[in-house]
Write a new protein. Structure first.
Length: 152
């Protein structure tokens, strides 16, 4: 279980993971060493699961994004299919969803041609995939991985 102070620490590091323990300590009224201990415990509990840098996709020549709905031949094999799709670098997210489609993928590429190749040569050929349909993102209004942490 995480307490109120842990939630404050998590809110701070979600906004800027490079914030020093000393600065976090000032903001929550604790010593840097106590923040270090709490962070280590949050990592050990699996609350903090990574420290990735967020990149501007355009700056690294990845300007195409699509959401791909995947219909399966056999939904009892969804985990195996999802594992195969998860191995693809251009697939950023995989969600098991309700409805006629079993999976929703977030796929990125440098352009529509690369996306078309990924879809035809890497995604559609995975065993157990019956059909795919895509929604192409025209513009991203908001994209974040920051979770809303309540005080409860």
């Amino acid at each position: 279980m995480i307490d109120k102070i842990d939630r404050k620490i998590l809110a701070i590091i979600q906004k800027n993971n490079k914030t020093s323990y000393a600065e976090i300590g000032k903001q929550v009224g604790m010593a840097a060493s106590a923040i270090f201990d709490r962070m280590r415990k949050l990592e050990k509990k699996g609350v903090v699961i990574g420290h990735e840098a967020r990149l501007d996709s355009r700056a690294v020549n990845i300007s195409f994004k699509s959401y791909v709905y995947v219909e399966l031949d056999n939904t009892s094999l969804v985990e195996d299919t999802a594992k195969k799709l998860a191995a693809l670098d251009n697939v950023l997210e995989i969600h098991f969803i309700s409805g006629s489609d079993a999976l929703l993928l977030k796929v990125v590429a440098k352009d529509i041609k690369e996306f078309s190749d990924i879809l035809a040569k890497k995604i559609a050929v995975v065993s157990n995939i019956k059909n795919t349909s895509s929604n192409i993102v025209l513009e991203t209004i908001k994209e974040t991985s920051v979770l809303p942490l309540s005080e409860n």
